[in-house]
Design a protein around this ligand. Structure first.
Ligand code: SF4
Length: 386
């Protein structure tokens, strides 16, 4: 009878703790061997065990038999005129694909990483939401995005860092894929991985309140919250999750996140600016009140920061970007109320890599894509969605 070959362990799925366990329990090897292999993979981007020259022959043979290093397929990568770079990365035999974007700036290089194939949360202004949802990404698929970008950029951790920040802000709601996202963020922050300081790894959530509390006990990463509206009525329209976790509960969870650990001193509130929807002066005043209440709750001035994001239109959306004048006026009201407020510069819009424009390719398990296409057909925009 043929024995079914045991499935090989993809080493990209393992953080330091998992690697040490795998080396001890499956390979019968010591911890430092696991550390050597992590460095080969994440510092030198080597996937062939035979090229790991400081490992003995016997260990290399054991690794060949029991392990592999498999990243996502690069369908294509595309540079933008402003230095932004986008990758379309495939999985599931080409049926699904996700997008990852690198955004260089004067003093930093930020990678925007996806956590799910599509997204189930259906925020009304988000291009990813129109694709529906297929599945969570594995740890290997999340850290694989960092690995592929870092290799392309010639990033050398601890020496020549092209990649200085990671934001979990691509496709998907990271807190709905908690364990895989936390494990991948462990590798980003580990010296044997990409060596990023915790504050340089940011998780952005639409506001899954119980998971914010769980996150606060497991990591020190920076937290960003997609707020987008200053009152429940409007937020429930834009971010349907708000019905389950309204603003008051969300802000209280953010306050607990900051108070739980002295190393964390702020939360960034993301606010996409949509013309005539959430960009009126009264919205700015309500938002200023919310942020000041948050500062008071954690007893720290400037604990709540606001990031204003000019809306990035996509085919079929009913929303428009707020005017520059309205965005500046909105910012001024917040600044006058002593709320630290930045306006995010739009980058990579010539390659659809701007915030909220990531799309990939999703074999939808919901009815969302079909509904969206029907809506586009009604508007005579069906070709634009192809
Ligand atoms: S904004 Fe984020 S959470 Fe909302 S649908 Fe888009 S990807 Fe999902």
């Amino acid at each position: 009878m043929n024995e079914v070959a045991a499935k090989k362990q993809n080493l990209l799925d393992l953080d330091r703790e998992g690697m040490e366990r795998f080396f001890a329990e499956t390979l019968g090897e010591q911890r430092y061997r696991a550390h050597q292999v992590m460095k080969w993979i994440h510092h030198r981007y080597v996937t062939d065990f035979d090229a790991m020259t400081d490992l003995g022959k016997a260990l290399r043979a054991k690794l060949q038999a029991h392990a592999e290093v498999v990243a996502l397929n690069v369908h294509f990568d595309k540079p933008s005129h402003d230095g932004t770079h986008k990758w379309l990365l495939g999985m599931d035999g080409g049926a699904n694909a996700i997008e990852t974007v690198y955004i260089p700036d004067k003093s930093r290089g930020t990678l925007c990483v996806s956590s799910q194939v599509g997204c189930a949360l259906n925020c009304q202004f988000c291009s990813t939401a129109t694709q529906g949802f297929n599945r969570n990404l594995s740890t290997a698929e999340i850290i694989g995005q960092v690995w592929i970008a870092a290799r392309h950029l010639g990033n050398v951790p601890h020496q020549q860092r092209k990649l200085t920040n990671v934001v979990m802000m691509g496709m998907g709601e990271p807190l709905m894929n908690f364990d895989n996202v936390v494990r991948a963020m462990n590798i980003m922050r580990d010296d044997l991985g990409y060596g990023l300081a915790s504050k340089r790894v940011t998780l952005s959530t639409a506001g899954v309140v119980p998971m914010i509390d769980r996150l606060s006990t497991e990591t020190d990463v920076s937290l960003a919250v997609s707020l987008h509206a200053p009152n429940d009525e409007l937020r429930t329209q834009l971010v349907p999750l708000n019905k389950k976790y309204p603003i008051e509960e969300l802000m209280a969870a953010c306050a607990r996140y900051v108070s739980h650990n002295k190393k964390r001193d702020s939360v960034t509130f993301e606010y996409t600016m949509m013309r005539g929807v959430n960009d009126r002066p009264e919205h700015a005043r309500q938002l200023a009140r919310l942020i000041r209440q948050f500062d008071n709750a954690v007893q720290s001035r400037d604990a709540g920061k606001v990031n204003l994001i000019p809306f990035n239109p996509f085919p079929g959306t009913r929303y428009e970007r707020s005017s520059e004048t309205d965005i500046r006026a909105f910012q001024k009201i917040l600044l006058d109320a002593q709320v630290l407020t930045m306006v995010r510069r739009t980058r990579g819009d010539d390659i659809d890599a701007a915030c909220g424009q990531l799309k990939g390719q999703v074999t939808d398990r919901t009815r969302r894509q079909a509904d969206f296409r029907r809506k586009l057909q009604e508007q005579g925009l069906d070709d634009a969605a192809a």
